[in-house]
Design a protein around this ligand. Structure first.
Ligand code: THU
Length: 144
């Protein structure tokens, strides 16, 4: 795990995720998570985790950020997505978030970062190999 601080090219993404994290609604787990996505055309959207008393209706910070972006722009191409926690090691996206990233960011880079500046960078394909993606449903894909 690198502990070199946040590189300059990621500072805007980090600041967006760190700031969103301050608004986490997490009275049940008490874990605050912030996320930010950068689209291929350079737009940044952030989100925080939003928990629910049913527990199951909780939405992770990554999905909030992605859904905000899609609701503003329509379909997006995610270049990078960052998750900021106070955890050591920093938390990577959960499985459900990985599936949502598969929809909009098969070529994305995912950064798991904590407030101490530890950063783990992974390609999406490393986090969810052999992902089920929109390509499987595309005409001519062999799907029936
Ligand atoms: N959480 C996220 O926001 N992102 C993740 O990838 C992992 C988990 C949230 C969900 C819940 O509010 C809390 O962290 C504990 O699981």
């Amino acid at each position: 795990m690198k502990k070199v601080g946040i590189p300059e090219n990621l500072s805007t993404l980090f600041e967006a995720a760190r700031e969103a994290r301050t608004r986490a609604y997490s009275p049940y787990s008490e874990h605050k998570v912030g996320a930010a996505v950068r689209t291929r055309d350079g737009k940044i959207f952030s989100g925080c985790n939003v928990e629910n008393s049913s527990y199951g209706a909780t939405v992770c910070a990554e999905r909030v950020a992605i859904q905000k972006a899609v609701s503003e722009l329509g379909s997006i191409d995610i270049q990078e997505i960052m998750v900021v926690t106070d955890a050591n090691p920093p938390w990577p996206p959960c499985g459900m978030c990985r599936q949502v990233i598969a929809e909009f960011g098969v070529n994305s880079i995912i950064y798991a970062v904590n407030l101490e500046g530890q950063l783990k960078s992974s390609r999406f394909s490393e986090l969810l190999p052999d992902a089920f993606t929109p390509a499987h449903l595309a005409p001519g894909s062999g799907a029936r």
